[in-house]
Structures are given as structure tokens and as C-alpha cells.
Write a new protein. Structure first.
Ligand code: PAF
Length: 279
């Protein structure tokens, strides 16, 4: 398994693979890898084929964290991550330094301005600009044919799809279902922050969403009523938002019905958890 820290070396290596006709599939990550990432890697391998190249990037992207967010404390476990990548059959890991990705006078950004307005975009101003910028940079450096993302970050996946379409990146975006713990909690590197008591509470988000889906499958509900019902099941959380949105436009809907998405962000202590479900 190749490990690249320098952008120029990574670019050169990926370019040579592309010229040799290899299909490159990229899984962008911020590290602290878990079973959810491993399933993205498996998907990437299936898409690349045995002869293709599966690449993972590991980069805690400072540009997508707000000033009071967890950039400094975000879990970093490079040695363990590299061992997991190796075991998962990853061909190349790109792990640049923040300084090499963002020059001190960095002043160019990729931004998506419609799908990123609501939900996490509202509570985390600048977050999606940071995500779009780093993903655009990774696409330029690696030039993958395909990139794989997880559905837990549903809004992120939609924003990236839109950016790729609007800015004509020749990259196919594949989004894979959320991997869950046996009790339903969506897998996330941030789950590591949870105390045992909080970890016991955390699956209630999934249960509230499942119950909402069950109710909507019986009959449609006014969206605010459904959101209130979900919130009422989240006592003990500090709810950032519960919103029923059109799955394509991410605009709030008036009536929640089959095919809409419900997205939730809620804090347990300082840990912000997100999840979503298709109704
Ligand atoms: O989903 C993530 O881990 C990050 O937002 C991503 C896509 C790797 C960009 O930093």
C-alpha cells in the first residue's frame, strides 16, 4: 500500500495509473476509521475491479470546522487507520498536511449555494464551503473516475453531487447506505466522544426516525407535527434541528409523505450526532 503525504507525488502516481488505463476509485475520509468506512472501501473495490486502484484520503479538513467546533479534538488515529486500510486492500492512502492543502494565503473556494443553505448548512455556516473545497481539491489531485460517500451525511452527498454536476468534474458519485451499530446508532467517528451513558441514549435518534417513518407510511402528516413528535422522543438531547425535506431539493415540505427525507442533528453533551431516514 502506497502512502503519500506530498500532493505532487500523489498526483504523479495517480496520473501514471490513469495513463495505464486503471480505474481509480476514491474514498475521501477524515480518518478515525470505523466499520462504516470499511464498507465504503468494499464498495470502492467492487467499483474499481481487481485491476483498478482504490484510494482513501485521510485528512481532517480544517476548512469545514467552525471556530467553536471540534477540529482540535477530532479523533486522529493514523497508525490504526493505515493498518485498517492495508487490511482492507486499499492501494494508496493520501494523507496531506493541512499546510500543504491550504497555503497561508489560500483564498480560493468551491461553494454550493442552494442545497447547502438549510439543515447543517444553517447551523454550521461555512461548513459546506469547506467540504466542497477540500473535495474539489482531492478530485483535482487524485482525478478519480468514481468517488464513494456515505448516506449518513445525506446533505453532504447531495451538495457534492450538485457541485460535480455544476462544475463538470468528470467523477461519478456513489452514495452507500449508512452502516449502523446493532442498536441502530449510525456509525460515526464522533461516536467515540460519547460517554457510556450517552452511548446508551444515542440510538433513540434512529428509533424516533423509524417511528416517524412507520407513522407516515400509514398516512401523511403535516411536517411540523411529525417534527414535534420526533423531538418529543429526544428528551435529554439538545436538538439542533429536525426537518422534513424534499429528498432532491432539500427544501422543507409542508406535508411529510413517502419519499421525503427527515434529517436530525442533536447534541448529547458536546457531541453532535446526525442521522436521516427516507420516509
Ligand atoms: O464526510 C467526511 O468525512 C468529510 O466531510 C469529507 C467528505 C472527507 C471531506 O472532508
Amino acid at each position: 500500500m502506497k502512502l503519500f503525504r506530498r500532493i505532487s507525488e500523489a498526483s504523479k502516481w495517480f496520473q501514471a495509473r490513469r495513463r495505464a488505463g486503471k480505474r481509480i476509485v476514491l474514498v475521501p475520509t477524515m480518518g478515525a476509521l470505523h466499520t462504516g468506512h470499511l464498507s465504503l472501501f468494499r464498495k470502492a473495490r467492487r467499483l474499481a475491479g481487481r485491476k483498478g486502484v482504490v484510494a482513501a484520503s485521510i485528512f481532517v479538513n480544517p476548512a469545514q470546522f467552525g471556530p467553536r467546533e471540534d477540529f482540535r479534538s477530532y479523533p486522529r488515529a493514523l497508525k490504526r487507520d493505515l493498518a485498517l486500510c492495508k487490511k482492507a486492500g486499499i492501494d494508496a492512502v493520501f494523507h496531506p498536511s493541512a499546510g500543504s492543502m491550504y497555503a497561508a494565503n489560500h483564498s480560493s473556494w468551491a461553494d454550493e449555494t442552494r442545497l447547502s443553505r438549510g439543515l447543517c448548512g444553517r447551523s454550521r455556516p461555512g461548513h459546506f464551503r469547506g467540504v466542497c473545497t477540500v473535495v474539489a481539491k482531492l478530485f483535482n489531485i487524485v482525478q478519480p473516475a468514481i468517488a464513494v460517500f456515505g448516506e449518513k451525511d445525506y446533505q453532504q452527498a447531495q451538495v457534492i453531487r450538485r457541485m460535480v454536476r455544476d462544475l463538470n468534474f468528470p467523477v461519478r458519485i456513489i452514495v452507500t447506505p449508512t452502516r449502523r451499530e446493532p442498536d441502530g446508532l449510525a456509525m460515526s467517528s464522533r461516536n467515540l466522544y460519547l460517554s457510556p451513558a450517552q452511548r446508551g441514549q444515542a440510538p433513540r435518534i434512529r428509533r424516533a426516525l423509524m417511528e416517524a417513518r412507520r407513522q407516515v407510511r400509514m398516512r401523511s402528516h403535516p411536517a411540523p407535527v411529525l417534527a414535534r413528535k420526533i423531538k418529543s422522543r429526544l428528551a435529554g438531547f439538545r436538538v439542533d434541528y429536525v426537518e422534513v425535506v424534499d429528498a432532491r431539493t432539500l427544501e422543507s415540505v409542508k406535508r411529510a409523505q413517502r419519499g421525503d427525507r427527515v434529517a436530525v442533528a442533536a447534541f448529547l453533551g458536546k457531541t453532535r450526532l446526525i442521522d436521516n431516514i427516507i420516509l
